[in-house]
Design a protein around this ligand. Sequence first.
Ligand code: ADP
Ligand code: MG
Length: 433
Amino acid sequence: MSAPLVKLEGINFYYNRGKPSEVHALKDINLEIERGGYVAFFGPSGCGKTTLTYLIGGIETENTDEGHILINGRDLRGLSKKELAVYRQVGVGIIFQQFNLLPSLTVLDNVALPMAFLGISVDRRRKEAMKLLDRFSMTSKADRFPSELSGGQQQRVSIARALANNPPLIIADEPLGNLDSENANKALEFLKELNEKDGRTIIMVTHESWSLRDAKTIFYLKDGELIRKEQPEKKKEAQKKLSEHLYHNLFPDVTPERLMARSLSYMLMRGFSGDEIKRFEMFLAKRLAGEIDTPTFIDFLDSPYKEGGVGLWKQRAIAIAKTVEDIVEKRKTVEDVYTDLQKDPETPLYEAVSKMRSWLLEDYKGILSDIQIVRFDEAVEDRFRNIISPENFRQVLELPRVDFGVGLAPGTVRTISEKLETILTGKNLQVFH
Ligand code: ADP
Ligand code: MG
């Protein structure tokens, strides 16, 4: 077996070592990245992501002699200055958050610049650079200066430049930070394409969970430590197999409506006896399956228990029926979402998610800040797409804001999660690629 493309062994890294301002930025990091992989370094600001990419990118190789940075099995710290320069020029392409384009050079020359180190002629360089610009639909801007471009356009130029010398490894440090959502999505698409079509190994650095969607391996960092490694595809596959097995083999005659009725009954009938809940569940399943209409449903709910009803007060019965209507409505939205996703897994879910948000939060008394809303929506969308488990969803909602969560109270989170899982019942067992 060949060596992994990147291997870090026992890396400790300090800024200002021995001084009062010493920062222990990376603590005993061990990790491997296979050729052709797409990995993400994920964690809050200051956790050491950029430092880690500087080590792998050969930008920062001094400051410590603890540990090994192996690229293709060769330790970067054992390379001569010249060898290291070659690695930086052709071994790796870095896309910086700030784009780092040279303001005095045209777009074309910015992209062509890295090739200068290889001694390629100016004409040839420009020709190759033009091809790269073409790939990112940027040829019309070739003679412009970076300051004349939008953020999204500068980003594409910086991706093109990272590709100039055809490096097998692309590092993108927070490549989406300065982009609006449309351009951020495009940038993610480019990275995915570079990985899947061009076979480049991608390292994506981010602190935003939604941008993890294409990563096959996620390394979680916190305070300079690598705290977790996750492979969502593998996990998703395992989860899918398990839930399909449970769903189809253990309960062959259980329909999503009946499962929904069960969880809803407990939600709506808290405080009632087991028998009452059971009877309620039976009517609810019929209503959810469309076998009875709302007036009939209300009739059953407020008929006395002895006569086969649930024995609720009329007002209570009406209120519950209304909630159920609401859920039937939301369930339709869910059906639509999944029909769309089946046609095109990339379908944006923005609208469906924001519709869902007001419903999920209808009992929440507080007000969410813009940032909380963005995170909340991300989490709901990830749940729709089945990228995260119900448990992950609750974690994100509960996690304090400083840790990139929404910061909601446990009770609120429980209610929201119950509601969401109820309308998703039986739906996201399917996996979308
Ligand atoms: P991230 O990219 O995850 O935000 P960084 O790798 O930039 O994190 O920083 C990791 C830690 O190292 C932080 O505590 C940061 O303040 C510190 N740090 C980063 N660069 C320097 C530097 N040049 N000098 C001193 N400390 C630094
Ligand atoms: Mg950083």
